[in-house]
Design a binder for this molecule. Structure first.
Ligand code: SF4
Length: 95
């Protein structure tokens, strides 16, 4: 596989705790059709089984400098791909 140009490799971690998406992210997801009105995620190419797993995952984002849910990372403009438990992140400023 060809290596994509990226700045960070961010390790994906798992939690048993229930994670909640921030309201601003939910609004964004809804606007882009990735979440329905009931708050159900609809991500292209992601099976319900994968989605369930993704909801238990988080990353320590090097750009936002905080822990965020993997779902939020997955839809981030910096997200390039997921390889062997790591996110290849472009690392551009998100402001
Ligand atoms: S892809 Fe976005 S959310 Fe994920 S680690 Fe990079 S900057 Fe953070």
């Amino acid at each position: 596989m060809e290596e994509l140009e990226h700045k960070y490799e961010v390790v994906i971690e798992t939690t048993e705790a229930k994670q909640k998406l921030p309201d601003a992210i939910k609004t964004e997801l809804k606007e882009s059709g990735m979440m329905d009105e009931k708050g159900k995620l609809k991500l292209k190419g992601v099976s319900p089984k994968m989605l369930k797993k993704m909801k238990q995952e988080f990353v320590n984002c090097p750009v936002l400098k905080e822990e965020i849910q993997f779902v939020q990372c997955f839809v981030c403009p910096n997200f390039q791909s997921r390889v062997m438990g790591k996110v290849l992140c472009k690392g551009d400023s998100l402001k």
